[in-house]
Design a protein around this ligand. Structure first.
Ligand code: ASP
Length: 336
């Protein structure tokens, strides 16, 4: 079935859980509820107007609180999306997802989905049972975005609270408020008014069809962990434990422009000398770039560019499927 100029687009909703599928005991409760409780059909049926903008079908991939997201679910989700988008009958994908780790899943998909058709993640900050639940409007907007012709070639996006963000740039910034997603280094790429999408910019980083990362046939991803820097933190305990548990890469959530306590840094330098691990310097600050000194380049550190630690982890895992050479990985961090 080809899509004629007048036919409604075919959008598949893949549900993974989250607050958008959450149920609380009272409609006043916006905390203490169970995320990932309602099924995909319930979410779709809660927004009868969806059928006016797209032909909708739904699939349940998982039903979890996204703080429990796993690489296994990521691989299942990404493989399913790649299969669906190869089908000429499918025009776009919407993924319902918890907001806690939505940015990580979105960025992972941005790097491994091999299609220029729209892929949109959406969630909610208030459970489906709450007064003024934000899920239904967010879902309507996400389907409108996934149905829109202009959304092609934009990479994976997040649609939340009437705004659209590129997966590369977006992060969650508030624990509870509906206005939680921001792109601190670049801003939103579009806004949605009454189902109409207005684009104004996009991330210039490479994604989807231009990304070399291929997860086909992969059963697991290289293990990468994050260590946090803070005052009086001179210990190598965390890094050592990660190393002993099989980590191939470490992202440091450094202070300021990626600074690492000297005791911890000296230990990392030792590991780099023996090529035991790849270390990407990121920052706990939340925006801005982490530069490397000429000495750090020599020592074998990688700059996470302006990716926050949780997203630097995603890119480092994928980079490690290609190479362990820090110079090559630095180039990857500049491009994606
Ligand atoms: N803990 C929830 C989740 O990430 C929060 C949410 O969806 O807003 O699944």
């Amino acid at each position: 079935m080809g899509v004629s100029a007048f036919a409604k687009p075919n959008v598949v909703i893949l549900a993974t859980g989250g607050t958008i599928a959450g149920e609380a005991k009272s409609e006043l409760a916006t905390t203490g509820y169970k995320a990932g409780s309602l099924g995909v059909d319930v979410l779709i049926n809660a927004v009868p107007d969806l059928v006016n903008i797209a032909n909708i079908s739904g699939e349940q991939i998982a039903n979890i609180d996204s703080s429990n997201m796993t690489d296994e679910i990521w691989l299942k989700l990404a493989n399913r999306i790649n299969t669906l988008l190869k089908d000429s009958k499918v025009d776009g994908i919407v993924i319902t997802h918890g907001t806690d780790t939505m940015e990580e899943t979105a960025y992972f998909l941005n790097l491994v989905v091999k299609s220029n058709k729209p892929v949109v993640l959406v969630g909610a900050m208030r459970p489906a049972t709450a007064i003024s639940a934000d899920g239904p409007k967010n879902l309507y907007n996400a389907v409108a975005l996934a149905s829109s012709k202009e959304a092609k070639d934009k990479g994976v996006m997040i649609a939340m609270n009437d705004k659209v963000y590129s997966a590369r740039e977006v992060t969650k910034t508030h624990t509870l408020n509906v206005e939680t997603f921001k792109a601190p280094n670049s801003g939103e790429i579009a806004y949605i008014v009454d189902g109409k999408v207005f684009f104004n910019s996009n991330s210039i980083k490479l994604h989807t069809k231009k990304s070399p990362f291929d997860i086909k046939g992969l059963k697991a991803l290289p293990k990468v962990d994050i260590v946090y820097t803070y005052s009086n933190d001179g210990s190598k305990v965390a890094v050592e434990a990660f190393l002993n548990s099989g980590s191939k890469g470490i992202v440091v959530a450094g202070s300021g422009a990626g600074s690492i306590h000297e005791n911890q840094k000296n230990y990392l330098i030792e590991l780099l000398k023996d090529k035991k691990i790849v270390v990407a310097k990121s920052s706990r600050v939340g925006s801005g770039l982490v530069p490397l000194s000429a000495e750090e380049v020599e020592q074998g550190f990688v700059s996470a560019n302006n990716l926050n630690p949780q997203k630097a982890r995603v890119l480092l895992m994928l980079a490690l499927t290609k190479t362990t050479d820090p110079k090559e990985i630095n180039k990857i961090f500049e491009q994606y």
